[in-house]
Design a protein around this ligand. Structure first.
Ligand code: E4P
Length: 217
């Protein structure tokens, strides 16, 4: 299972990278705005900065919502760095753009996916990743994890190559449940990854080992 961090904050990306278990980064326009990154040139530069910190895939989202605009932006984004994956929204022109990019060998991440039908379309169009937003589904009393299970089942039925990228992960249990369900990737905040480290018995056991060591020395 790949771990992506879902942020545009360079310090957090560096911290996650230093853990040694990071496989990539996802961003979106809201995450860029949160870091105060605005204006096309600054945004493009920020993607390059992120690519210089991590070794894996970095999702960069198109802003256009028409086919021609998405193609133009996507082609510009992939020229920035070999690690860039073009993030395309699940709308009609987005579907066409996914197919266009896939035919050209350009890697894509189909974003804003909330249903099995949308995930099926993304796979048919040849998306590299499909991003079901589990946290946002949970927010509206709909079981986000169930969508991961359904997509896994259908993708396995037909051996689709599209990787399931569980997005909008909010906490550590989401990560664990996504792993159990066979999501290929998860993207979440640094805290969702660091939470995996925690166990009180580890802390108690380490304290005892250190105390016993001190007694004998
Ligand atoms: C996906 O790539 C999105 O950037 C992200 O996971 C959205 O998460 P949120 O629902 O916490 O905003």
């Amino acid at each position: 299972m790949k771990f992506f961090i879902d942020t545009a904050n360079l310090d957090q990306i560096k911290e996650a990278q230093a853990l040694g278990v990071l496989d990539g980064v996802t961003t979106n326009p809201s995450l860029m705005a949160k870091e105060g990154i605005s204006g096309k040139n600054n945004i493009l530069k920020h993607y390059v900065d992120i690519c210089s910190i991590v070794e894996g895939d970095v999702s960069a989202e198109v802003i256009a919502t028409d086919l021609e605009g998405m193609i133009k932006e996507g082609e510009e984004l992939v020229e920035l760095h070999e690690q860039i994956v073009v993030k395309v929204p699940m709308i009609k022109d987005g579907l066409k753009a996914l197919k266009y990019f896939s035919d050209k060998g350009i890697r894509t991440n189909c974003t804003l996916v909330f249903s099995l039908g949308q995930a099926l379309l993304a796979a048919k169009a040849g998306a590299t990743y499909v991003s079901p937003f589990i946290g946002r589904l949970d927010d509206i009393s709909t079981d986000g994890l169930n969508l991961i299970a359904e997509i896994r089942h259908v993708y396995d039925n037909y051996a689709f190559d599209t990787q399931i990228l569980a997005a909008s992960v909010r906490h550590t249990m989401h990560v664990i449940d996504c792993a159990k369900l066979g999501a290929d990737v998860m993207t979440g905040p640094l805290s969702s990854i660091e939470g995996l480290l925690k166990h009180p018995l580890t802390d108690i056991g380490l304290a005892k080992f250190l105390a016993d060591y001190q007694k004998g020395n």
